[in-house]
Design a protein around this ligand. Structure first.
Ligand code: SF4
Length: 344
């Protein structure tokens, strides 16, 4: 399947999904309504909560707060009480504020346009697309993790879903298969993603679009979607001693190490009898890929020739000066330090 075909060539995929949805849609209370208030609440409730876990909460919430006005006029504490058990309480605070926003800015009428819905507190692109397409027929794919997974498998597309452009990319891909009834299509994708094209062990044999699925035909389903793992930046504290005397200072070359391989650096320790020569310190921060460094550099101005010579002999440091340092490579923060320390 080549993606550079025109959208209409893939419409049968969207239509097959729709047909499947009409026969297999989960019987959920919010499926019986086009009331944007209820669809909005349901989208927010089920954002981070599984349907069977959140269904009672949703029903109780709608029973107590059946419309925007009731919700807007309620005390925040009561709204939080009805949210109890769902977690992520900022969602409850946001929907309460958004209800007040609808009362104040939209005369209590839920906005119809995608762009307006997007202005409501706590509403992102996915929710705005879901509400505007389901309730008002907007041609907006409600792209979420289900879309990423189903579309990347269908097209065997290796676009990285952790990329910041993934939402736009998969929205464009969705437009290729999107039929006329986008509201139902969005719900079909939600159901297919959670019931059939599951993250693990998808039920390809029961999938209504398995004949069109490239990943399935190549038996490469586990390769999609592609997601590069975010590596958390590691914090690293380093200490250096800028040991100098009469315009000269001491350095050594780093080993083929985990950072700054083969670059030159200052001593990382001094004996206690040299501590009286310390005149101050400076801490600089520096970012490397996956590492945040905090570098403390102590200024050690050695006034004793004997101690200077002993220290060099014992540790086999190299002696250099500002001019000599230009011929060597230092990590950026040390280079800046040298320039500032010796510029006078
Ligand atoms: Fe997902 Fe399998 Fe259907 Fe492809 S055939 S869309 S992998 S369930």
């Amino acid at each position: 399947m080549e993606k550079n075909k025109t959208g209409s060539e893939f419409l049968h995929i969207g239509n097959r999904l729709l047909e499947w949805y009409r026969n297999n849609a989960r019987d959920l209370p919010f499926r019986q309504t086009k009331d944007p208030y209820k669809i909005w609440i349901c989208e927010i409730v089920f954002q981070q909560t599984r349907i069977n876990q959140g269904l009672n909460h949703y029903n109780n919430f709608i029973k107590r707060f059946p419309d925007v006005k009731t919700l807007a006029e309620a005390e925040e504490n009561e709204v939080l009480l009805y949210w109890k058990g769902l977690g992520y309480y900022s969602r409850a605070i946001n929907i309460h504020k958004a209800a007040q926003q609808i009362m104040n800015d939209y005369q209590g009428i839920f906005p119809h346009e995608y762009e307006e819905i997007l202005k409501l507190k706590g509403v992102g692109k996915y929710t705005a697309a879901a509400v505007s397409s389901i309730c008002f027929g907007a041609r907006m794919p409600a792209v979420d993790g289900n879309f990423y997974r189903v579309l990347s498998r269908l097209f065997a597309d290796d676009f990285d879903i952790s990329n910041s452009r993934a939402f736009t990319y998969f929205s464009e891909l969705a437009a290729l298969v999107m039929p006329e009834n986008v509201g139902d299509f969005n719900q079909a994708m939600m159901d297919i993603g959670s019931e059939i094209c599951k993250p693990k062990n998808p039920l390809c044999g029961e999938c209504p679009v398995n004949e069109d699925c490239l990943a399935f035909s190549m038996q490469k389903i586990s390769d999609y979607p592609v997601k590069t793992k975010k590596v958390k930046a590691e914090y690293l504290a380093l200490t250096y001693y800028f040991v100098h005397r009469k315009g000269q200072f001491l350095i050594r070359q780093r080993a083929d190490d985990f950072i700054w391989k083969k670059l030159f650096e200052f001593p990382t320790a001094i004996p206690s009898d040299m501590e009286p020569f310390i005149t101050g310190s400076k801490t600089v921060t520096h970012k490397l890929t996956h590492k945040n460094l905090s570098i403390e550099i102590w200024n050690v101005e050695v006034t004793s020739e004997k101690q200077w010579n002993d220290f060099i002999a014992e540790n086999q440091y190299l002696i250099t000066d500002l001019e000599g340092s230009h011929e060597k490579s230092f990590p950026k923060p040390l280079e800046i330090y040298i320039q500032n320390a010796l510029k006078d």
